[in-house]
Design a protein around this ligand. Structure first.
Ligand SMILES: [Zn+2]
Length: 89
């Protein structure tokens, strides 16, 4: 199951928007789902992931956003324990 909220924390509070995009990193031939984001936070999430990549906290690779509506949540088997929180403080 996907989380029903965007992965962004704003001032310690979870963003209340429903997620619209699945955030993943494409590295070699693998794709790692690392979170979900709403439309509003897409750019912020992208920037934060680059920082996390530089710090070695997430896999290197191309950041990809897939619309949840297009993908269809029924066929996603994501391990949400691996999802990151994007803290905006
Ligand atoms: Zn959000």
């Amino acid at each position: 199951m996907l989380p029903d909220r965007c992965s962004v924390l704003e001032k310690g509070k979870q963003c209340v928007n429903p997620p619209e995009f699945i955030v993943s990193i494409i590295s070699n031939k693998d794709e790692y789902m690392i979170g979900v984001t709403c439309e509003k936070h897409k750019q912020i999430v992208s920037g934060k992931i680059e920082i996390l990549q530089n710090e070695g906290k997430v896999n290197d690779g191309k950041i990809s956003f897939s619309s949840i509506k297009v993908v269809g949540t029924d066929c996603i088997h994501a391990d949400t324990d691996d999802f990151i929180q994007i803290d905006m403080k």
